[in-house]
Design a protein around this ligand. Structure first.
Ligand SMILES: Nc1nc2c(ncn2[C@@H]2O[C@H](COP(=O)(O)OP(=O)(O)O)[C@@H](O)[C@H]2O)c(=O)[nH]1
Ligand SMILES: [Mg+2]
Ligand SMILES: [Zn+2]
Length: 355
């Protein structure tokens, strides 16, 4: 395999380059991003890179900027520095609502095949949170796999309870329970990872993502902080996102811990995550059923009969409200921008008339 193929280079990207006359550029993959500075790998070597002014001006939003995982067309201007001319089409985009910005999206990483949703059994295992991660994965067309870490800190009872909860909430996803300390269960994740596919580790800070990656790399490349056992509080450990190639050929991206995971326009993701609830909602007697007290509500009946878990339904509604709020905010912003554009136009017209 050539250097680029080791980074996950596919025939689709190759075709795009040919069809769009980008042959004169070098192609690389973003492996690190820090304040609009990028490290681009071309396989054999890495460049410090910045984007062209053109790319900056044509960007409509943050989402048009390169992100970790992106394939980019670059030109090197010496042995270490390069300019990014173009971000190539993305196969998948893992994104959330930008923290503190109601109508903006923030890309977590791109061109991911499988996301490992990491939760630690001692204090982070939570199905509501899992459903949130599932929603953004399904929206992006990324396969989710749950990884529950720190099993060495839990007793068998606690692990059994977690498995039962997963079953009760009908989460039909693969789940791996493991310990980064004793390496119990670790071979399951090693077996999961295939050559030339891209994986990412997502989850709260302190759950063991970087430690897991260290174990996968079998060398201590990333920094992890010692956790204080008395408080159980993980310190923020990763400030950079990184894309790395494992010995078995798998490509893996570590992301910084996420405190909030705000919804964007994840309609399809919600429908997949809460498939049962969504399908039931189509059977309610009234098409505008709010599933609160209506007669003939299929969801209320299913909860009553113990077919649907009420906690899952509440989470479904919460996530759906957030998604609707995001869309309404985006629509509102567009309307304002449009009105502003009209106003400017009419002022210019007026000026012309008065000349
Ligand atoms: N006991 C135990 N500690 C772990 C395990 N995995 C990670 N840790 C510890 O949890 C802390 C946070 O881990 P880290 O990998 O930095 O978490 P990240 O923020 O998700 O990247 C570190 O002190 C790790 O040593 C595990 O499976 N068992
Ligand atoms: Mg980390
Ligand atoms: Zn209903």
């Amino acid at each position: 395999m050539t250097g680029l193929h080791k980074l996950g280079y596919t025939s689709e990207i190759e075709l795009f380059i040919k069809e769009n006359g980008l042959d004169s550029f070098q192609i690389g993959r973003i492996i690190l991003e820090h304040r609009e500075r990028y490290i681009v790998s071309i396989g054999e070597k890495e460049f410090d890179a910045e984007i062209t002014g053109n790319l900056r001006f044509s960007a409509n939003s943050r989402a048009d900027f390169p992100a970790v995982g992106d394939w980019v067309a670059i030109t090197a201007f010496d042995s270490e520095m390069a300019i990014i001319h173009k971000v190539l089409p993305r196969k998948s985009v893992l994104e959330r609502q930008a923290v503190g910005k109601q109508s903006e999206k923030q890309i977590i990483s791109t061109n991911i095949d499988v996301a490992f949703i990491v939760q630690s059994i001692d204090n982070n295992f939570n199905i509501n949170r899992l459903e949130r991660y599932l929603t953004i994965c399904y929206s992006a067309g990324i396969i989710p796999v749950l990884v529950v870490t720190k099993t060495d800190l839990a007793n068998p009872e606690e692990i059994k309870k977690a498995v039962e909860e997963l079953e009760k909430r009908e989460k039909k996803i693969r789940s791996i329970f493991l310990s980064n300390s004793t390496l119990e269960g670790f071979n399951q994740i090693e077996q999961e990872i295939e050559e030339a596919k891209t994986y990412c580790l997502i989850g709260s800070s302190g759950v063991g993502k970087s430690t897991l990656l260290n174990n996968l790399l079998k060398k201590n490349k990333l920094e992890t902080n010692e956790i204080s056992r008395s408080t159980n509080k993980g310190k923020h450990t990763t400030t950079h996102r990184e894309l790395l190639v494992l010995e078995n050929g798998g490509i893996i991206i570590d992301t910084p811990g996420m405190r909030e995971l705000g919804m964007t326009e994840n309609v399809e993701g919600i429908q997949s995550t809460f498939k049962e609830i969504y399908e039931l909602s189509l059977e309610c007697r009234f098409s505008d059923c709010t599933h609160t007290s209506e007669r003939g509500c299929a969801i209320l009946a299913a909860i009553e009969n113990g077919i649907v878990d009420s906690a899952s339904f509440e989470n479904f509604q919460k996530i759906q409200r957030e998604q609707q709020h995001f869309q309404a905010t985006v629509a509102e912003k567009r309307k304002k921008d449009k009105e502003f554009g009209k106003m400017i136009k009419s002022i210019l017209k007026e000026k012309k008339k008065n000349k």
